[in-house]
Design a protein around this ligand. Sequence first.
Ligand SMILES: O=c1nc2n(C[C@H](O)[C@H](O)[C@H](O)CO)c3cc(O)ccc3cc-2c(=O)[nH]1
Ligand SMILES: C[C@H]1O[C@@H](n2cnc3c(N)ncnc32)[C@H](O)[C@@H]1O
Ligand code: SF4
Length: 328
Amino acid sequence: MDEFVTFCRNVFVPVTNICRNNCRYCTFRCDPDDPDAKLMKIDEILPILEDGKKAGCTEVLFTFGEYAEEVPKYKEWLEELGYNNTVDYIYDLCKIAINTGLLPHTNAGILNYTELEKLKPLNASMGLMLETTADVAAHEGSPGKVPSRRIKTIRYAGELHIPFTTGILIGIGETLDDRINSLLTIAELHEEYGHIQEVIIQNFTPKPDTPMADMPSPTDEEMIQAILIAREILPDDIAIQVAPNLIDPYILIQCGASDLGGVSPTTIDWINPEAEWPSVSELKEMVHDMELKERLPLYPQYIKKGWYSDNLKDLINGLADDDGYRKV
Ligand SMILES: O=c1nc2n(C[C@H](O)[C@H](O)[C@H](O)CO)c3cc(O)ccc3cc-2c(=O)[nH]1
Ligand SMILES: C[C@H]1O[C@@H](n2cnc3c(N)ncnc32)[C@H](O)[C@@H]1O
Ligand code: SF4
């Protein structure tokens, strides 16, 4: 067990919920004619960034449905904003975020090499959940959740030296063997490229009005087992993250989890909107006798290795202490 537990102060910006996929557990995605469907404009995003900066955040999490361009109405919305493709828009949003004083972490679903290459210089880290290497019914309507496609994106990120967050979803119809196989796959990718900073072990939480509304969440025993296996399989330099708004982290920390992910003082968790963020003082209580330490969206070892571009240099130098954690 580590002697401390980390977390990151962030703001969550759900840039678009239009998505070509249809994951059966997801309530983030919207059909284009749903009243909640959206593509956020810069005018709407800027105040969120500024509020986050004022509240002491270091990270902006930009989240997207995957390849929304495949949805015709979205193309029109994007063109109204003056863009032909999402990656160009993400690029500009990241620049604005950096000017506000926040470090971008983008999770836009699968991306190809060229797209990642364009975004790398403006992101402190990027993310994509592997979810699982198994073919599960939950992903039948989601071409972007084909395991080989996800693995490809994570591999490209490695080739490009992008500090990377990935993870697995527990309880979407995968077996114990599938969990082991997924973790072995992540470990192999890291052994090849050294870019995986953290692996999220995310417990599926059933949402009303989804095809999986009546499926159970994983049991505590399954989550404990998943963390123990992950700690066994993953190299020591990869942190294991659990979400403190979805599960009580304390026992999981005893089993090898060491990170509580991004928590936000000013925004909700748009993927799990029913699950409120604990405050930092609540996080301290949750970890009991352990020390709680604030990190940036890129882990200290990647600051030391210089895996960030000149665009982020001043910001990282201003935010990080000598050990690469958040300066106090
Ligand atoms: O608020 C959330 N943050 C999520 N995050 C954000 C994450 O906690 C932090 O952005 C990273 O730890 C970087 O600091 C994700 C990031 C990824 O790259 C991939 C998946 C997730 C999943 C979630 C999530 O469900 N809810
Ligand atoms: C950003 C990440 O959020 C996760 N995600 C999406 N829907 C749910 C849910 N119902 N429960 C838990 N995690 C979910 C997926 O793993 C996705 O990749
Ligand atoms: S989880 Fe991501 S890819 Fe799947 S439907 Fe939701 S937004 Fe789309």
